[in-house]
Ligand binder design. Structure first.
Ligand SMILES: Nc1ncnc2c1ncn2[C@@H]1O[C@H](COP(=O)(O)OP(=O)(O)OP(=O)(O)O)[C@@H](O)[C@H]1O
Ligand SMILES: [Mg+2]
Length: 243
């Protein structure tokens, strides 16, 4: 059963064709790793999945709904189910960690203050952020900022999570923490796309890999199969460095 189906997606900026004919899908519960050089258009694909960008042509179906045809109010409904973990964190600078994480619940649910508090505190615990609730984003390390961004994304219990470079710029210890969180979230049945330059992370957490290049997405197959083929892994590693 497909959760995400992208077909004949085409996107230009001005006269520049970024995506020519992109086709891929993601099954329910699957984690797809989307690799590709800098500027290949990975973030534009993720943004398009929640209607922050409109394709010039093509279809993007999420659980059977073509999001390219939705108006702003329907897109708000889709964004409750599809969480986007922004590449740059996109935390609200003037809000505490607590308020950043509570924000989607305050905006989009009728939960009581007490229920929101319970949900935020248990999420803080899951992300190992206890004690950080009253800090501002500027007072956090890069790794903590990434975890707060992730916590805010999952607080609505989304069906789909789109991760944009969740481990970029992190040291090995923080990278492993984020990998473990993604694996933990995957075990709850969410469907996800992980955009990354970090092949190690992709191999650790994804079920299947795909490569975006020259406006097309190439399916690279199951990670379990790739793992049996060190030469192909090495080639991928080299290809990923080529930007
Ligand atoms: N709003 C925009 N207006 C014009 N050009 C844009 C816009 N957004 C993205 N682009 C261009 O589209 C291309 C793809 O951008 P995108 O951010 O998706 O790349 P990416 O694969 O995510 O790269 P990176 O790995 O560096 O994050 C780039 O050439 C970028 O300059
Ligand atoms: Mg990007």
């Amino acid at each position: 059963m497909e959760m995400i189906e992208v077909s004949h997606f085409r996107k230009m900026f001005g006269k520049k064709v970024i995506h020519d004919d992109v086709n891929f899908d993601v099954k329910k519960g699957e984690c797809l790793g989307l690799l590709g050089g800098s500027g290949a258009g990975k973030s534009v694909i993720l943004r398009s999945l929640i209607g922050l960008e409109r394709p010039d042509s093509g279809k993007i179906q999420i659980d059977g709904t073509d999001v390219t045809q939705l108006d702003e109010s329907d897109l708000i409904e889709i964004r409750k189910r599809v969480a986007y973990v922004f590449q740059n964190g996109a935390l609200f600078d003037s809000m505490t960690v607590y308020d950043n994480i509570a924000y989607p619940l305050c905006e989009h649910t009728n939960l009581s203050k007490h229920e929101i508090r319970d949900r935020v505190l248990s999420t803080l615990q899951m992300f190992n952020l206890q004690g950080a609730e009253s800090l501002l984003p500027a007072e956090l390390s890069g790794g903590m900022q990434k975890r707060v961004g992730l916590a805010r994304a999952i607080i609505m219990k989304p069906d789909v999570i789109l991760y944009d470079e969740p481990t970029a710029g992190l040291d090995p210890a923080n990278t492993v923490k984020i990998q473990n969180l993604i694996v933990q979230l995957k075990s709850t049945g969410v469907t996800s796309i992980l955009v990354t330059h970090d092949l190690d992370t992709a191999i650790r957490v994804c079920d299947r890999l795909a490569f975006l290049e020259d406006g097309h997405v190439e399916n690279l197959g199951a990670v379990a199969d790739l793992k049996k083929d060190p030469v192909q892994i090495l080639q991928l590693f080299v290809r990923g460095q080529g930007d």
